[in-house]
Ligand binder design. Sequence first.
Ligand SMILES: NC(=O)c1ccc[n+]([C@@H]2O[C@H](COP(=O)([O-])OP(=O)(O)OC[C@H]3O[C@@H](n4cnc5c(N)ncnc54)[C@H](O)[C@@H]3O)[C@@H](O)[C@H]2O)c1
Length: 272
Amino acid sequence: MRLLIIGSGAIGTTLAEAIQEMEEFDIFYITDKNEDRARKIAARCKKAKFISPTDESIKAHLKNVDLVVEAASQEAVQHYVPIVLGMGVDVLVMSVGAFADDDTRERCFNVAKRKGGRLYVPSGAICGTDGLHSASADVIHSVELTSTKGPKSFHDNEYLKSKGIDVNALKKKTVLFEGPAREAVQNFPKNVNVSATISLIGIGLDKTKVKLVCDPLCDCNTHRLEVKGEFGHIVCETDNLPFPSNPATSYLAALSAIAAIRRIAGNVWIGI
Ligand SMILES: NC(=O)c1ccc[n+]([C@@H]2O[C@H](COP(=O)([O-])OP(=O)(O)OC[C@H]3O[C@@H](n4cnc5c(N)ncnc54)[C@H](O)[C@@H]3O)[C@@H](O)[C@H]2O)c1
């Protein structure tokens, strides 16, 4: 199989190193708007080839790949995903927060349907998405996400500034926001991926409730997912460790992409 990775930051680098060791892939391409970064990975990994991030170069290489992995940004999703799916190629999206925008989501999902390419979104930085998925086969009564993070995660947030909240002055755990996922992703654009993932699997952005908590005493990144439905009750807590190279990203998110690629490339899917 052949793969193209868009984005060579924390997740893209970890993926490249994992794919280098996977026998299912004989070659993979890597690109980034920061070309030097992608070139460095290509120089380190024998199976990797750098390609330029221009549309022409990407379209030319799409004829040769089975799967594209987006590990870049929401802008990259908006720009590249319709191009990739438009050519009928499968794509795995890490910047799932882009799909909290109704227009982007409908555009990408419609191209996938029309052209037959598959669009995969891994569980990312949260656990419990498997149970939420199963629960959605019957009625779900409520989905609540509580994300607890350190002050750095809320640095320079416009919504908090407008409310006069200075996270660096907090002395104890404080709830910064409580409301529907749609408002959470609008007011906290840097904390969007997990909210978007569980909303898309479960009961949507308007019915999913999100609570964002700042803990001044730790640099944590914890997600507590609570689901109630006809099946019963799920409570699932994920206590993430950050990437040293990008503290905003949880290491588990990169591992979820590696696990998803292994499943896509394999024939046996357990716990799907
Ligand atoms: N689904 C999840 O739970 C989850 C968890 C963590 C991160 N993420 C998302 O995954 C993405 C990658 O995360 P990361 O930690 O590797 O980020 P990063 O900032 O370390 O690296 C991103 C790389 O992508 C490149 N890039 C950005 N926009 C681009 C574009 N339009 N075209 C080409 N290259 C582009 C940047 O130059 C950078 O090198 C982010 O959008 C992040 O929000 C998702």
